[in-house]
Design a protein around this ligand. Structure first.
Ligand SMILES: [Mn+2]
Length: 266
Protein backbone atom coordinates (compact mmCIF):
# COMPACT_ATOMS: atom_id res chain seq x y z
CA UNK A 1 0.00 0.00 0.00
CA UNK A 2 2.88 2.29 0.82
CA UNK A 3 4.38 1.71 -2.59
CA UNK A 4 1.07 2.48 -4.31
CA UNK A 5 0.61 5.69 -2.39
CA UNK A 6 4.13 6.67 -3.19
CA UNK A 7 3.66 5.94 -6.89
CA UNK A 8 0.47 7.95 -7.19
CA UNK A 9 2.13 10.81 -5.41
CA UNK A 10 4.96 10.76 -7.91
CA UNK A 11 2.48 10.83 -10.79
CA UNK A 12 0.71 13.85 -9.33
CA UNK A 13 3.86 15.84 -8.96
CA UNK A 14 4.61 18.34 -11.66
CA UNK A 15 8.28 17.94 -11.04
CA UNK A 16 10.14 14.72 -11.51
CA UNK A 17 10.49 13.09 -8.15
CA UNK A 18 12.99 10.33 -7.84
CA UNK A 19 12.07 7.91 -5.14
CA UNK A 20 14.71 5.90 -3.46
CA UNK A 21 13.75 3.51 -0.76
CA UNK A 22 15.57 0.54 0.47
CA UNK A 23 16.03 -1.09 3.76
CA UNK A 24 19.41 -0.80 5.24
CA UNK A 25 21.04 -4.17 4.62
CA UNK A 26 22.95 -4.72 7.79
CA UNK A 27 25.31 -7.27 6.37
CA UNK A 28 26.22 -6.01 2.97
CA UNK A 29 29.81 -5.12 2.81
CA UNK A 30 31.43 -6.81 5.76
CA UNK A 31 32.18 -3.57 7.52
CA UNK A 32 33.43 -3.96 11.03
CA UNK A 33 32.51 -1.30 13.50
CA UNK A 34 33.69 -0.81 17.01
CA UNK A 35 31.16 1.29 18.81
CA UNK A 36 31.45 3.09 22.09
CA UNK A 37 28.33 5.15 22.37
CA UNK A 38 28.88 8.62 23.69
CA UNK A 39 25.52 9.06 25.33
CA UNK A 40 25.55 8.06 28.94
CA UNK A 41 22.35 6.14 28.29
CA UNK A 42 24.18 4.11 25.64
CA UNK A 43 27.50 3.39 27.24
CA UNK A 44 27.86 -0.19 26.08
CA UNK A 45 30.61 -1.03 23.64
CA UNK A 46 29.48 -3.30 20.85
CA UNK A 47 30.67 -4.81 17.63
CA UNK A 48 28.39 -4.83 14.64
CA UNK A 49 28.34 -4.71 10.90
CA UNK A 50 26.68 -2.13 8.74
CA UNK A 51 26.42 -1.59 5.03
CA UNK A 52 28.48 0.83 3.06
CA UNK A 53 29.06 1.50 -0.57
CA UNK A 54 32.71 0.73 -0.27
CA UNK A 55 33.95 -2.79 -0.11
CA UNK A 56 35.72 -2.41 3.19
CA UNK A 57 36.10 0.20 5.85
CA UNK A 58 37.25 0.53 9.40
CA UNK A 59 35.07 2.70 11.57
CA UNK A 60 35.60 3.81 15.12
CA UNK A 61 33.34 5.75 17.40
CA UNK A 62 35.07 7.48 20.23
CA UNK A 63 33.53 8.56 23.49
CA UNK A 64 33.23 12.29 23.81
CA UNK A 65 34.64 14.17 26.73
CA UNK A 66 31.41 16.14 26.99
CA UNK A 67 29.00 15.01 29.65
CA UNK A 68 25.78 16.36 31.10
CA UNK A 69 23.30 15.32 33.74
CA UNK A 70 21.34 13.34 31.19
CA UNK A 71 23.14 12.41 28.03
CA UNK A 72 25.32 14.53 25.80
CA UNK A 73 24.21 14.22 22.23
CA UNK A 74 27.69 14.18 20.81
CA UNK A 75 29.34 11.65 18.54
CA UNK A 76 32.77 11.25 17.02
CA UNK A 77 33.12 8.85 14.13
CA UNK A 78 36.22 7.98 12.13
CA UNK A 79 35.82 5.96 8.97
CA UNK A 80 38.66 4.75 6.79
CA UNK A 81 38.54 2.92 3.48
CA UNK A 82 41.03 2.46 0.67
CA UNK A 83 39.41 5.51 -0.94
CA UNK A 84 38.90 7.97 1.89
CA UNK A 85 39.65 8.82 5.49
CA UNK A 86 36.88 10.79 7.21
CA UNK A 87 36.50 12.11 10.76
CA UNK A 88 33.27 13.70 11.95
CA UNK A 89 32.51 15.15 15.36
CA UNK A 90 28.94 16.32 15.87
CA UNK A 91 27.22 18.02 18.79
CA UNK A 92 23.50 18.12 18.09
CA UNK A 93 23.03 20.65 20.90
CA UNK A 94 25.63 23.06 19.62
CA UNK A 95 25.67 26.70 18.64
CA UNK A 96 26.67 26.46 14.99
CA UNK A 97 30.44 26.20 15.26
CA UNK A 98 31.89 24.52 12.20
CA UNK A 99 35.18 23.32 10.85
CA UNK A 100 34.92 21.69 7.45
CA UNK A 101 37.95 20.55 5.51
CA UNK A 102 37.03 17.86 3.00
CA UNK A 103 39.12 18.90 0.03
CA UNK A 104 35.86 19.75 -1.77
CA UNK A 105 35.26 23.48 -1.30
CA UNK A 106 31.59 23.50 -2.26
CA UNK A 107 30.86 20.58 0.08
CA UNK A 108 32.62 22.49 2.87
CA UNK A 109 30.33 25.45 2.10
CA UNK A 110 27.26 23.17 2.43
CA UNK A 111 28.51 21.61 5.68
CA UNK A 112 28.73 25.13 7.06
CA UNK A 113 25.05 25.57 6.15
CA UNK A 114 24.10 22.43 8.10
CA UNK A 115 26.01 23.62 11.13
CA UNK A 116 25.02 27.26 11.05
CA UNK A 117 21.31 26.81 10.43
CA UNK A 118 20.93 23.57 12.37
CA UNK A 119 22.83 25.00 15.34
CA UNK A 120 25.01 21.90 15.33
CA UNK A 121 28.67 22.03 16.26
CA UNK A 122 30.32 20.16 13.45
CA UNK A 123 33.89 19.22 12.68
CA UNK A 124 34.53 17.36 9.45
CA UNK A 125 37.94 16.43 8.13
CA UNK A 126 38.38 14.25 5.11
CA UNK A 127 41.08 13.16 2.74
CA UNK A 128 40.21 11.12 -0.29
CA UNK A 129 40.98 10.19 -3.84
CA UNK A 130 39.85 13.50 -5.30
CA UNK A 131 42.50 13.07 -7.97
CA UNK A 132 39.93 10.70 -9.53
CA UNK A 133 36.91 12.89 -8.78
CA UNK A 134 34.94 14.05 -5.74
CA UNK A 135 32.53 11.11 -5.74
CA UNK A 136 34.05 8.87 -3.06
CA UNK A 137 34.92 11.67 -0.67
CA UNK A 138 31.51 13.35 -1.05
CA UNK A 139 29.71 10.06 -0.41
CA UNK A 140 31.90 9.00 2.49
CA UNK A 141 31.47 12.36 4.23
CA UNK A 142 27.72 11.79 3.92
CA UNK A 143 28.04 8.25 5.28
CA UNK A 144 30.15 9.33 8.24
CA UNK A 145 27.94 12.32 9.06
CA UNK A 146 24.91 10.03 8.91
CA UNK A 147 26.58 7.60 11.29
CA UNK A 148 27.43 10.44 13.68
CA UNK A 149 23.83 11.66 13.61
CA UNK A 150 22.49 8.20 14.37
CA UNK A 151 24.91 7.73 17.20
CA UNK A 152 24.43 11.19 18.72
CA UNK A 153 20.66 10.69 18.81
CA UNK A 154 20.98 7.27 20.45
CA UNK A 155 17.55 5.70 21.00
CA UNK A 156 15.92 9.00 19.97
CA UNK A 157 14.09 9.35 23.27
CA UNK A 158 12.35 12.68 23.77
CA UNK A 159 13.09 14.16 20.36
CA UNK A 160 10.54 15.98 18.22
CA UNK A 161 11.29 13.39 15.50
CA UNK A 162 9.65 15.21 12.57
CA UNK A 163 11.00 18.36 10.98
CA UNK A 164 10.16 20.52 8.01
CA UNK A 165 11.21 23.83 6.54
CA UNK A 166 10.85 25.79 3.33
CA UNK A 167 13.94 27.88 2.64
CA UNK A 168 14.21 30.63 0.08
CA UNK A 169 17.47 31.78 -1.39
CA UNK A 170 16.65 34.60 -3.77
CA UNK A 171 14.65 32.95 -6.60
CA UNK A 172 15.20 29.42 -5.26
CA UNK A 173 12.67 27.85 -2.90
CA UNK A 174 13.19 24.35 -1.47
CA UNK A 175 11.02 22.34 0.88
CA UNK A 176 12.38 19.67 3.20
CA UNK A 177 10.31 17.26 5.24
CA UNK A 178 12.05 14.63 7.33
CA UNK A 179 11.45 12.03 9.97
CA UNK A 180 13.97 10.29 12.20
CA UNK A 181 11.91 7.19 11.61
CA UNK A 182 14.62 4.54 11.76
CA UNK A 183 13.79 3.73 8.12
CA UNK A 184 16.03 5.00 5.32
CA UNK A 185 14.11 6.67 2.52
CA UNK A 186 14.90 9.51 0.13
CA UNK A 187 12.53 11.23 -2.27
CA UNK A 188 14.71 13.59 -4.23
CA UNK A 189 13.00 16.28 -6.29
CA UNK A 190 15.77 18.68 -7.28
CA UNK A 191 16.25 19.71 -10.88
CA UNK A 192 19.63 21.39 -10.88
CA UNK A 193 20.13 23.03 -14.25
CA UNK A 194 23.92 22.85 -14.56
CA UNK A 195 26.31 19.92 -14.35
CA UNK A 196 28.68 21.80 -12.08
CA UNK A 197 28.80 24.52 -9.45
CA UNK A 198 32.41 25.63 -9.46
CA UNK A 199 34.24 22.31 -9.62
CA UNK A 200 31.47 20.43 -7.79
CA UNK A 201 29.48 17.89 -9.80
CA UNK A 202 25.84 18.65 -8.99
CA UNK A 203 24.93 14.94 -9.28
CA UNK A 204 26.79 14.54 -6.00
CA UNK A 205 24.06 16.39 -4.08
CA UNK A 206 21.78 13.37 -4.42
CA UNK A 207 24.63 11.01 -3.53
CA UNK A 208 25.30 12.97 -0.35
CA UNK A 209 21.68 12.73 0.79
CA UNK A 210 21.48 9.02 -0.12
CA UNK A 211 24.46 8.43 2.15
CA UNK A 212 22.98 10.47 5.00
CA UNK A 213 19.53 8.88 4.99
CA UNK A 214 20.96 5.36 4.82
CA UNK A 215 23.29 5.83 7.73
CA UNK A 216 21.24 8.17 9.92
CA UNK A 217 18.25 5.91 9.18
CA UNK A 218 15.90 8.74 8.41
CA UNK A 219 13.15 9.56 5.95
CA UNK A 220 13.83 12.62 3.79
CA UNK A 221 11.71 14.33 1.16
CA UNK A 222 13.26 17.12 -0.91
CA UNK A 223 11.06 19.28 -3.13
CA UNK A 224 12.22 22.11 -5.29
CA UNK A 225 9.39 24.62 -5.46
CA UNK A 226 11.29 27.18 -7.50
CA UNK A 227 14.77 28.07 -8.64
CA UNK A 228 16.95 28.96 -11.60
CA UNK A 229 20.49 29.21 -10.26
CA UNK A 230 22.19 25.92 -9.35
CA UNK A 231 24.16 27.35 -6.44
CA UNK A 232 21.00 28.89 -5.00
CA UNK A 233 18.97 25.69 -5.40
CA UNK A 234 21.57 23.53 -3.65
CA UNK A 235 22.24 26.01 -0.87
CA UNK A 236 18.52 26.52 -0.20
CA UNK A 237 18.27 22.72 0.06
CA UNK A 238 21.00 22.51 2.68
CA UNK A 239 19.57 25.45 4.64
CA UNK A 240 16.11 23.89 4.69
CA UNK A 241 17.64 20.52 5.61
CA UNK A 242 19.51 22.15 8.49
CA UNK A 243 16.44 23.91 9.89
CA UNK A 244 14.30 20.80 9.54
CA UNK A 245 16.98 18.76 11.31
CA UNK A 246 17.13 21.33 14.08
CA UNK A 247 13.37 21.03 14.55
CA UNK A 248 13.38 17.23 14.47
CA UNK A 249 16.30 16.77 16.85
CA UNK A 250 15.17 19.24 19.47
CA UNK A 251 13.93 17.80 22.72
CA UNK A 252 10.17 17.98 23.16
CA UNK A 253 9.62 18.58 26.87
CA UNK A 254 6.11 17.14 26.70
CA UNK A 255 7.61 13.83 25.52
CA UNK A 256 9.22 13.59 28.93
CA UNK A 257 12.05 11.47 27.59
CA UNK A 258 9.89 8.84 25.96
CA UNK A 259 10.42 7.46 22.46
CA UNK A 260 8.23 9.38 19.99
CA UNK A 261 6.60 6.35 18.39
CA UNK A 262 3.37 4.46 19.03
CA UNK A 263 5.46 1.33 18.45
CA UNK A 264 7.76 2.26 21.29
CA UNK A 265 10.89 2.02 19.18
CA UNK A 266 12.55 4.00 16.43
MN1 LIG B 1 26.62 30.12 -1.27
Amino acid sequence: MGALMCFSFVCCESRKIEVLSHRFALVEAGLTIRTAMVSSTHSVSTSSTVSASSSSAETTHQPSSQTSENSSRVASVSRTTKETDVQVTLNVDGTGKCTADTGIPFLDHMLHQISSHGLFDLEVRATGDIEIDDHHTNEDVGITLGMALKEALGDRKGITRFGHFVAPLDEALVQISLDFSGRPHLSYGLEIPTQRVGTYDTQLVREFFVAIVNHAQMTLHVRQLDGINSHHIIEATFKAFARAMRMATEVDARRAGTIPSSKGIL
